[in-house]
Design a protein around this ligand. Structure first.
Ligand SMILES: *[C@@H]1O[C@H](CO)[C@@H](O)[C@H](O)[C@H]1NC(C)=O
Ligand SMILES: *[C@@H]1O[C@H](CO)[C@@H](O)[C@H](O)[C@H]1NC(C)=O
Ligand SMILES: *[C@@H]1O[C@H](CO)[C@@H](O)[C@H](O)[C@H]1NC(C)=O
Ligand SMILES: *[C@@H]1O[C@H](CO)[C@@H](O)[C@H](O)[C@H]1NC(C)=O
Ligand SMILES: *[C@@H]1O[C@H](CO)[C@@H](O)[C@H](O)[C@H]1NC(C)=O
Length: 379
């Protein structure tokens, strides 16, 4: 979820794709065994600079220090102290950091893939929320929109290689997406029961996207579930209560984690079905919930410094038990940052530190790499 999600947006900055012809004729290298490139969809969890470009003159505090300080030593538009999940994934494959879609101009910028994720993006489209009286600050990059942008890019790339070749040699990361569909509704007062009723619709749009990718020739698709949102300092602050029965042993909000679990369970069932119906493709569920829950339950055991407080945001405006102040967000004047982000779990109340993202990617990569041997008949 982007902190600036409630802004009103002016002109969109959608890139008009040019039909550039690929310079150079060398076949792309196949990394990790079968991946020539990576395409990713999602929201601020993996945005590597699209929101910054889209929002232009009003990006909010993500454009300020200390965002980016740990790794890039400057703000890059990542909602993190350093590298986000997609950065760690391409790193593991030996692929350079992807050009954010809105930063690229030609096929040359996208030879190694690109990232369509935009901070604030939802799985469902704007009409869905408008119909439920949630109609402010929509970020016009729903999953379907991101999918249409992919088609523009693959059209550029396939002027040299056939489309099915481009698709079959690419890794697709579809998400995490859907987290903002929850956030937008819950933070505007919708009940957990109402949001539960959105889950089948969120799953349906993810499923349609995966189906479309497979139809275009994709062979390896990774679809992450959501995080335990009930452990995020943002949720813990917004929905703080004196009713101790609402908290689990780790101090997380049970009802909110319940929502994630319902979403993840429904997603898993749907992906298994898609896998059965398309035996030619590897459709993998990536479990983001379990590694984060393990860190929250016992950070020391998971390689974080002893004394790490997993429910306290590293960067924030202070006040309250979670270091979250919605009036003074991370990066705003008056906010503070912890001495060692590498020992922290939450970066800014809604997003994790690059350390957490690395642990999550380390948990997921083995099955991604194994998919090279199992699907698509090799390339
Ligand atoms: C996608 O390509 C079409 C041309 O086929 C173009 O009209 C459209 O603007 C492009 N969309 C984006 C968002 O780049
Ligand atoms: C795309 O074009 C813009 C405007 O000319 C430029 O600032 C930007 O650096 C270009 N992007 C890449 C990846 O070359
Ligand atoms: C793509 O990857 C190659 C190395 O494999 C690198 O030389 C090139 O600069 C990358 N292109 C982009 C646009 O990142
Ligand atoms: C918890 O109880 C205290 C004392 O009655 C009250 O001041 C405070 O507002 C309550 N907090 C919440 C979140 O309900
Ligand atoms: C969590 O979900 C289960 C059903 O899966 C339900 O029985 C339980 O009441 C829920 N707990 C909370 C706190 O929402």
């Amino acid at each position: 979820m982007t902190m600036a999600a409630s802004r009103v947006f002016s002109v969109t900055h959608l890139l008009v794709a040019a039909y550039a012809v690929l310079g150079g004729s060398a076949q792309p290298q196949q990394r990790g065994g079968c991946f020539a490139r990576v395409f990713s969809f999602g929201d601020s969890i993996i945005d590597n600079g699209n929101w910054l470009r889209y929002s232009a003159s009003s990006p909010g505090t993500v454009a300020s220090s200390p965002y980016g300080n740990t790794f890039f030593h400057r703000p890059t538009g990542r909602f993190c102290d350093g590298r986000v999940i997609i950065d760690h994934i391409v790193d593991a494959l030996g692929i350079p950091f992807l050009t954010p879609y809105l930063a690229g101009n030609s096929s040359k910028d996208f030879v190694n893939g690109t990232n369509f994720a935009v901070g604030g993006a939802t799985a469902l489209g704007q009409d869905y929320f408008k119909a439920r009286n949630i109609d402010d600050g929509f970020v016009p990059f729903s999953l379907q929109t991101q999918m249409s942008l992919l088609k523009n890019v693959t059209r550029m790339l396939s002027s040299e290689q056939g489309l099915s070749d481009v698709m079959s040699t690419s890794l697709f990361l579809v998400g995490e997406i859907g987290g903002n569909d929850f956030n937008r509704a819950l933070f505007r007062g919708k009940s957990a029961d109402e949001v539960t009723s959105y889950i089948p619709d969120i799953i349906a749009v993810i499923s349609a996207t995966v189906t479309e990718l497979i139809g275009l020739g994709a062979k390896r698709i990774v679809v992450p579930g959501n995080f335990p949102i009930g452990c995020s300092p943002g949720y813990l602050t917004k929905f703080q209560t004196n009713d101790t029965s609402q908290y689990d042993a780790a101090g997380c909000l049970k009802w909110a984690n319940n929502l994630t679990q319902l979403h993840n369970a429904a997603l898993k069932v749907e992906l298994a079905l898609l896998g059965q119906n398309h035996p030619d493709a590897a459709v993998l569920y990536a479990d983001y919930y379990t590694p984060v829950m393990s860190i929250v339950a016992d950070p020391g055991k998971q390689g974080f410094a002893a004394g790490t407080k997993p429910l306290v945001s590293c960067c924030g405006g202070g006040g309250g038990p979670y270091n979250v102040d919605f009036g003074t967000q991370c990066g705003a004047k008056g906010s503070t940052v912890c001495a060692d982000p590498g020992a922290a779990v939450s970066w800014d109340g809604f997003h994790f530190t690059e350390h957490v993202y690395k642990v999550v990617v380390d948990a997921v990569m083995p099955s991604v790499l194994a998919s090279c041997g199992t699907a698509g008949g090799g390339n």
